[in-house]
Design a binder for this molecule. Structure first.
Ligand code: FBP
Length: 249
């Protein structure tokens, strides 16, 4: 059987990852409050909440990563400020991620953006470097830009999943389509690449969020890589426990 590079982030072939790169992507005023603006708060949730990994940009990892759960470093990023076709640029090397203790690297591709070629090319190099070192390369694939009408349609989400396979990703992080039937087409399109659901803004109720998670697992997904639905929650460890049940039971 092919070596599973994602193994450090999997339990029984499934996974839940805690993402915390929103400080760059969205800015602190949009997403954070007095508690979750502190990266140490997130590190604590990651270990006490039973997460299979935590996702940081390098600056947060350098200062706050404590080694208690596997680390994934986001290698590119962008702020919420520029207008126009979206592009996310590389800000950390694979080598630097490894020296920070990363067991995997992540990279965002805005599929359909007028600038997708640059992201395809950077991801191509990163994927080769990561694989040389035995690390998984995880692609956040978000269809976005003027040419993309509906980024959660069955067709476009499956396209994102398939792009991950074609580009050599070990796992893709994609948006949920809204139901297990349509999401299972994306899982099929990924053809063996691990499929993670990206959380999105905090859902109105726990049940709204957990229904999506159960749908992903029913569709054959590997799990979730989420942030706001956990660390914006009044009781992050409470929702983490419910999440664990939805993913692993
Ligand atoms: P959330 O669960 O909070 O949505 O986090 C997942 C994530 O992919 C983050 O890694 C990233 O910062 C953010 O979503 C990007 O959000 P957007 O869709 O606004 O670009």
């Amino acid at each position: 059987m092919r070596h599973e590079r994602m193994a450090p982030f999997l339990k029984d072939g499934k996974s839940m990852l805690l993402a915390y790169d929103q400080g760059l992507e969205h800015g602190p005023s949009k997403d954070f409050d007095d508690r979750n603006i502190d990266p140490a708060f997130i590190m604590d949730i990651a270990s006490k909440g039973g997460f299979c990994g935590v996702i940081f940009q390098k600056g947060v990892a350098e200062r706050y990563y404590d080694g208690k759960v596997p680390l994934m470093i986001k290698l590119n990023g962008k702020s919420a400020l520029p207008k126009g076709e979206p592009i996310s640029s590389q800000v950390c090397s694979v080598e630097q991620a490894v020296s920070l203790g990363a067991k995997g690297v992540g990279y965002t591709i805005y599929l359909g953006s007028g600038k997708e070629a640059k992201m395809f090319s950077e991801f191509g190099t990163i994927q080769e470097e990561a694989h040389e070192r035995g690390l998984p390369a995880v692609a956040w694939i978000y269809p976005r830009g003027e040419s993309v009408q509906n980024d959660t349609s069955k067709e476009i989400v499956a396209y994102a999943a398939r792009a991950g396979l074609e580009l050599g990703a070990d796992a893709v992080k994609i948006k949920y389509t809204g139901d297990p039937e349509t999401f299972s087409w994306a899982v099929k399109a990924a053809a063996g690449v691990k499929v993670f659901m990206s959380g999105g803004p905090k859902a109105p109720t726990d049940e709204d969020f957990l229904r999506q998670v159960r749908g992903v697992m029913q569709a054959g997904g590997t799990g979730v890589a989420v942030g706001r639905n956990v660390w914006q929650h009044q009781e992050p460890l409470g929702i983490a426990e419910k999440l664990r049940k939805a993913v692993f039971d």
